[in-house]
Design a protein around this ligand. Sequence first.
Ligand SMILES: Cc1cc2nc3c(=O)[nH]c(=O)nc-3n(C[C@H](O)[C@H](O)[C@H](O)COP(=O)(O)OP(=O)(O)OC[C@H]3O[C@@H](n4cnc5c(N)ncnc54)[C@H](O)[C@@H]3O)c2cc1C
Length: 496
Amino acid sequence: MRTGAEYRESLRDGRDVWLVGEGAVADVTTHPSTSGMVEEYVAWYDRHFDADWQDVLLTEPDGEGERRPLALTPPKTSDDLRRLGKEISAVHFATGGNMTHTPGYGALIALGLLNVLKRLDHSAEDIGAAEVYLESLRESGRFLTYAGGGPLIGARLREDESERVALRLVSETADGIVVSGKIQMHTSTPFAEDLLISTRNDMPAGSGRYLWFIVPVNSAGLRVVSRRPVARHKNPFLSPLSSRFDELDSMVWMEDVFIPRSRVFTAEAPDRNRRHSLVCWLLWHHSYGWLAKAELTLGLGLALAEVMRLTANPQTIEQLVEMTVNVQTTRSCMVAAELEPETTASGYALPNQLHVAAAGINTLKIRQRMSEILRGLPGSSLVNAPADTDFADPVMAAELEDAFGGGGYTAMQRAALLQLAWDQVSSGLDGREAVFELHASGGLESWRRQLAAWFDRYNELANGVRDLVQVDLPPMDLSSLQEVPSPARRMPMPGA
Ligand SMILES: Cc1cc2nc3c(=O)[nH]c(=O)nc-3n(C[C@H](O)[C@H](O)[C@H](O)COP(=O)(O)OP(=O)(O)OC[C@H]3O[C@@H](n4cnc5c(N)ncnc54)[C@H](O)[C@@H]3O)c2cc1C
């Protein structure tokens, strides 16, 4: 496993990154809007060498006493899942759930790819290539991210229906393929080294062949176009989260980009209800991210209740209980998912998808309510809390102490906590996170549909009722409830 410094160095690779509102980024490691996030990834790598973190981040020593990063070690048993789950949860909490994509997430993408190819019983060559790639991530710690490969609005509005696609196969030889086009938003690409794209359109058109491929971010002809950085105050005291964790979602534009054969896989058409899909381990990872966000919201609620001297207030206690129930419900689902894993075609352990769906649905349902509670709990102090710099003026410092200090806490302590809470539930970063939740793994509707399709006890429960009624009922078959249609994505119509 490499160090953070080696990772930082690897980003100086000639990548072509354009930042909306700021233009071309010559070097993501030094640009003011990207270098902070680079350093968070540097910290991700370096924690593996930090004695305080190692028991959380590393496997138990093997026969030779070697310990490996858990994040890069595919789980084979329920115990492995429990340890990896704790690792993912701890790492997420360290960023308040804002660093949703890490090199560990990348290893789960590669695991999902391998699993799909094995499930489809693909050629030994394809499966072997996916195995070699996964192993290379384990050894190097190289950072992979993922894009579902949908088209942008411009492509969707083309007159010719056959051209309303994201990607076009320009040419193909025994050596590889050449691809052009533009794909929609995906996360962390300016900071990643490889990108797996699972195309939504068949290539060539009409062939029924869905190509997935892994492309280096610094490939010739590939431009990363990142969304605008979130608005944030330049003083980190006022933006303790958003000054650190803006992981920048991006589009990718490709002009005649060559992908070698060993990185091209023939896979399957998208189906959002499919079990053991490419993203099956990622859904688990997403849920831990959202849980970390919820746990930070609860943590802030608790700390603010104490610092604002509200722990004896019945309404505040009720709000804290509500948030605690919400958080624990999700955590219990996550633990259940790891204790009752599913067996996959690849032989690796997958967190039980039903429990993961229940966790995801719960977190998405409670998110707005949790944020609203935290916005209200500290009162108007949340909005008018001062900055550390305001205390530099002695007159202001004395007045601010009078206005915000007391009850065992200084004005500065109270202000620091209030500013963190503001950044958590009222900032540009929070707004971006809300949109991420709506779209990144399909949103609440998608999770509900998946749970309905995957729930396998409809018949057991309906027929269980027969023993309790006083009349004979014939056996009932409600398996059709599992046939939940996977709706086509909405398509804007030119001229509509
Ligand atoms: C911040 C952010 C980060 C993301 N990161 C990633 C990533 O890392 N990797 C990745 O692959 N994807 C990622 N996504 C998701 C991806 O970019 C798309 O946003 C997502 O697939 C939705 O597609 P779309 O934007 O075309 O929206 P659309 O599909 O046009 O619209 C989505 C909205 O329309 C609704 N909708 C969709 N179909 C229908 C229908 N038939 N009828 C009625 N309503 C419908 C949905 O419920 C949703 O509200 C991310 C998205 C965001 C916003």
